[in-house]
Design a protein around this ligand. Structure first.
Ligand SMILES: Nc1ncnc2c1ncn2[C@@H]1O[C@H](COP(=O)(O)OP(=O)(O)OP(=O)(O)O)[C@@H](O)[C@H]1O
Ligand SMILES: [Mg+2]
Length: 370
């Protein structure tokens, strides 16, 4: 990862909308920084304020509070009464709906940002810049094609070329892949990350798709109700979430609730849950008698049809439902009254009513506040 300083710095950004049903605090004192050349993602459920935050940075919304710095330029400051207009921000933006112009060809679409305003590029300069952008997104040969006659993936790339043609130092992307079918989305995910990495461009990406965020980002921030709840490297957020909301939003974890009955100096402890005693690593804040949730992800539970040798963290379960997903089986099983989700290799042949032993490796269990 490159660490050449900070490219985007958002401080204490707040934006309220007036609606029929009163005020909506869409961005609530949002602060974060993006290192130069990093792919940074805002992830969160619908309505949590991702697009609003992005649009404030682009200058399409006016915040009531806060400061936005991109590169070495202050673009917005409430306190100083400063707001640079969108077209002077040196920021490229790609939207979910592409917003390409249907009455223009591929070439004209890409050339458009170079022609609007008094930018003073010559025809030749425009030709060269457009060609460069078209090659980057691999649309060579389609320059004269009317934009609506492109496939979904090609339209997506065209929107990208149009954002890149101005060679912005920062690219904002708001759910740019969500209109594509699953296979194409996966392909574009790889193409896009690869391209942006090669260009060394700083990207701020918005999605509600957890897989996209995990697969593409170097750093991701999870938002809820206008606030950033947690941020960090995707792996760290996935494996060691700090809050129940984030654990729950990413993946389909199991939560076993209970009380801490033992804690040792080594940081290991025992949680007494309704389903049984679970030994696990305790976070710094946890102490005896605290009510907590032990979080374990389906793929981390060991499932056996015969008794297990482990002395701790073994639970007996009864299979309720097995769903075939090709690459794996999703299994729902009952531990007493509690339904748990398990992920099985398709070769493990289980059916409703089968008894299984589960082992919850202590290092895979995360203790969270309820
Ligand atoms: N122009 C607007 N007028 C009124 N309310 C708005 C406006 N734009 C956004 N909101 C509200 O602000 C909140 C945040 O909206 P925003 O579009 O930022 O969410 P989001 O995280 O991008 O969601 P999604 O994943 O659905 O795109 C929502 O409650 C939304 O209804
Ligand atoms: Mg949005």
């Amino acid at each position: 990862m490159k660490h050449n300083g900070i490219m985007i710095k958002v401080s204490d950004l707040s934006k309220t909308f007036q609606t029929d049903r009163g005020e909506v605090l869409a961005a609530d004192q949002v602060s974060f920084s993006v290192q130069t050349g990093t792919f940074f993602t805002l992830l969160g459920p619908s309505g949590c304020g991702k697009s609003t935050t992005l649009r404030c940075i682009a200058g399409l919304e006016k915040p009531e509070q806060g400061e936005i710095v991109v590169g070495d330029r202050l673009l917005f400051s409430h306190n100083r009464g400063l707001s640079v207009p969108p077209h002077k921000r040196d920021i490229g933006m790609v939207f979910q709906s592409y917003a390409i112009w249907p009455h223009m060809t591929v070439f004209e679409n890409v050339a458009f940002p170079l022609k609007v305003g008094k930018k003073g590029f010559s025809r030749r300069q425009i030709g060269e810049k457009v060609q460069k952008a078209i090659i980057l997104v691999q649309l060579e040969g389609l320059e004269d094609r009317p934009a609506p006659q492109l496939s979904g993936g090609q339209q997506q790339r065209l929107a990208l070329a149009r954002a890149l043609v101005m060679e912005p130092q920062v690219l904002l992307l708001d759910e740019p892949l969500s209109n594509l079918d699953a296979k194409l989305r996966e392909q574009m995910r790889i193409e896009l990350t690869d391209l942006l990495n090669r260009l060394g461009i700083t990207a701020l990406y918005v999605t509600h798709d957890q897989l996209e965020a995990l697969a593409m980002s170097q750093i991701m921030a999870v938002m809820k109700d206008g606030k950033i709840i947690e941020w960090g490297e995707p792996k760290e957020i996935y494996i060691r979430p700090k809050t129940r909301f984030v654990a729950d939003f990413i993946g389909t974890p199991n939560f076993l609730e209970g009380k801490i009955i033992e804690g040792t100096s080594m940081g290991m402890g025992v949680v007494e849950t309704t389903e049984g005693e679970i030994t696990c690593q305790l976070p710094g804040w946890a102490k005896r008698e605290d009510r907590v949730a032990v979080c374990i992800r389906p793929e981390n539970v060991t499932v056996r049809q015969k008794p297990l040798n482990e002395e701790k963290n073994v639970l007996e379960a009864k299979v309720e439902l097995v769903t075939f997903f090709g690459e794996y089986n999703d299994c729902q099983a009952m531990v007493g009254e509690k339904m748990v989700r398990l992920r099985l290799h398709p070769s493990i042949d289980l059916k409703k009513g089968d008894g299984v032993s589960l082992f919850l490796p202590p290092e895979m269990c995360t203790v969270l506040k309820i």
